[in-house]
Design a binder for this molecule. Structure first.
Ligand SMILES: [Zn+2]
Length: 267
């Protein structure tokens, strides 16, 4: 038992070439348990299992291209524009969106059906992009799952045992919790990204309002891991009034969203 423990500690230290990393958004040094280049490998390892557990991709290339084009437009203006971003709509009726390290963003059919405009979609994607840029999902994995466990699955061969581990860890990834500070940063930095990309920032506020109204009928997964929507609506509105008052003419995209998403979902 003790030998096993010493062995695990030895592995942990072997995997610790960088103890700190600079958060590209705040410029501050933050404790990080694995180097940035592992983010993409982690994303690539877990993406197929996430898709499987979320009902697979929605089988509609035109819809996928549209979601991806909105996401790419924002991601290219983020603090980490060079990651290989993927924006994927999954065939699941829950109302949810989440991010994997290395550039993978998922949004469910249930969430897409609740939105009405391109700016609202941009708000959700910009929030998730910020989690990736700030490495919130990487840090949450380090803290809540154990990074040696996560990394062991990307380095070992594709055995049935490894596949089982990936499936088990995926369940934990889907319920990762971010801190309130991380969520606030994802909202506010996401707001600046979407505005810079040309989307009306009120889209993000409306998203909160739509989901808040829905939440009163049935609990929403997206909110179980996020701060109360009332406080998010308050600080987002304040931020728009103080920084983005000249952006009211930016793109809302009601017609584009109906044609590219809602019409497709009703078919
Ligand atoms: Zn979040």
């Amino acid at each position: 038992m003790q030998r096993k423990l010493i062995f695990s500690i030895a592995i942990l230290f072997a995997l610790l070439p960088a103890g700190c990393a600079t958060n590209p958004i705040t410029g501050r040094q933050e404790l990080m348990f694995f180097p940035e280049q592992h983010d993409v490998e982690i994303g690539r390892t877990y993406a197929p299992e996430i898709e499987k557990q979320m009902g697979g991709r929605i089988d509609d290339p035109a819809l996928q291209n549209y979601i991806d084009s909105v996401g790419q437009r924002i991601a290219r203006l983020s603090h980490r524009p060079d990651l290989p971003y993927h924006f994927i709509a999954v065939d699941h009726n829950s109302v949810n969106a989440f991010a994997l390290p290395g550039g993978y963003v998922y949004i469910t059919k249930g969430m897409l059906a609740k939105l009405n405009t391109e700016a609202q979609l941009a708000g959700i994607l910009a929030h998730e992009i910020t989690h990736i840029v700030a490495r919130d999902s990487s840090a949450a994995m380090s803290r809540q799952i154990g990074i040696n466990l996560v990394l062991s699955t990307i380095t070992s061969e594709k055995t049935p045992q490894n596949a089982r581990m990936v499936a088990d860890i995926t369940k934990q990834i889907m319920s990762l919790q971010y801190s309130r500070k991380d969520e606030r940063q994802a909202d506010l930095t996401g707001l600046s990204y979407m505005t810079e990309a040309g989307f009306n920032p009120y889209g993000m506020v409306q998203t909160m309002q739509i989901l808040q109204a829905q939440q009163q009928i049935r609990p929403i997964e997206f909110f179980s891991t996020h701060p109360a929507p009332q406080s998010r609506i308050a600080y987002l509105t304040e931020e728009i009034h103080s920084k983005y008052y000249a952006t009211v003419k930016l793109k809302v995209g009601t017609e584009q969203y109906r044609r590219n998403v809602l019409d497709h979902l009703s078919n």
